[in-house]
Design a binder for this molecule. Sequence first.
Ligand code: ZN
Length: 420
Amino acid sequence: MIDGEDDALPSVKFKPKIAETRWDPIEELKLLSSWEREGLYKFNKNTDKPIFSIDTPPPYASGAWHVGAAAHYVHMDMIARYYRMKGYEVYFPFGVDRNGLPVEVQVEKIYGIDAHKVPREEFLKLCKDFLDKVEEELVYIAWRLGMSCDLKNRYHTDSPEYRAVTQATFIELWKRGLIYEDIRPNIWCPRCRTTLAESEVEYSERDAILAYIKFKVVETGGDIVVATTRPELLCTCAAVIFNPEDKRYSGLEGKHVVVPIFGQKVPIMKHPYAKPEFGTGLVMVCSFGDQADVRLFRELGLKPRIAINPDGLMNEIAGPYKGLTVHEARQRILEDLKRQGLLVKAEGIVHRVPVCWRCKSPIEFVAMKEYYLKQLEFKDAIRRIANEMKFYPPEHKQLLLNWIDSISSDWPISRRRFYG
Ligand SMILES: [Zn+2]
C-alpha cells in the first residue's frame, strides 16, 4: 500500500559508511550488529513520512528454512529497502507460523511417538520445544541474510495475542452468519485424524487390485461385470454408470442391478465420467472413493452413505465387515466374492490414489461435524476485486483467477489438531 504521493517525498542524501573497496564477509557481521544497535529497521508508526507496508507470509517453522523460501524473502527485502531509500517509512513485519499439521508430524517422527498415544500436555510441550529450536535457527538465517525486518518484534501465530485475534475474527464471522456448522462427507486422513481441504490432497501412483465383480440385472436376470479397486465400498454403491457413447450398454439405461453381498437395488445410469476403455466400461458409484464420486453423487442426485469411521474402521453400514480396517475389509470381501462365484477376475494395476499431503496415507471420506466459511457466494466479488488490483508481474493475476474458478465448495476451516 502506498500512502501519499511520489512527488511529495523528502529528498534523501546517500552517505556510504564503508571505505574498503574489497568485500570481506566480516564486514557483514559488523554491519548487521550496527543495524541492530541503531534500531535501523524499527517501524515508527507516528512517522510524518508516507507509509509503505508489506504483508509477508510468515515462514513455517517445521524444519530448516528452505533456501527457496529464504530467497523469496530476500526479494521482499529488496522492495522494502527500495522504498526506504525513496523516503517511505516501511512496515516490514516478520512472523513465524507455528501452527498446524507439519509440526506435529515432525515431532512424531523425531521422537518416534504417536500423538494419539502420549499424554496431551507432554505432546504439546514437545511441539513447543521443537518450534522454539527451529525458530531460533530460522531467525538467525533471516538476520544473517541481512533482512531489514524488525526481527526483535516478530509475531508468533501461537501467541495468546495472535490467538485472541483469530478467535475474535471467528466470532465476528459467526455473528455475521458467514460461518456455519454442518455434517458432511469430509476429506479425512485416518492417520493424522484430521479433516483436509481439497488443496491438501495429493495423488500418488500405488499398486492396486482391479476386481471384476458380477452384478445381477433386476429386470432381465442377466449378469453385468463392474470393475473396481474399492470393493469394500460395495455397501455404499448407489448407482452403476456407463458412458453415453458406449453402445455395449445402451440397452441397460433405466434398468437396475442388485449389489452383490449387500443386496441393495441401484439404478443403471449413463454419465460421461465412465470411460469405456477402463475395466468393463461400467463404473459403480460409491460414497466415496474420491472427489469424482462426490461430484457424481451431487450431479446424479444420489444419497450418500458413509461406511468408514474417523478411526479408519468400517462401521455398521458395512454389515459383517464392521470393525475391520479398510484394507482388511477389502481382502475379506474379495475372498467372499470369490467363494460365491461373483469375482470374475482380479488384476494388479497401478492406480492413482488420493493421499494426505503430509503423511501420504490414502485419504478417506467420513461424515463429520465441521465449521465451514462461506466462500461460494463471494466468487464474483473476489473476481471483481482481483480485476481492480494491480499485479506485478501482470500475468500473476491469472493465478488468483484460476484459484477462484477452482473453488467448488465452502471452506472447511475446523481441524482436529493437538497444537494450534
Ligand atoms: Zn495424514
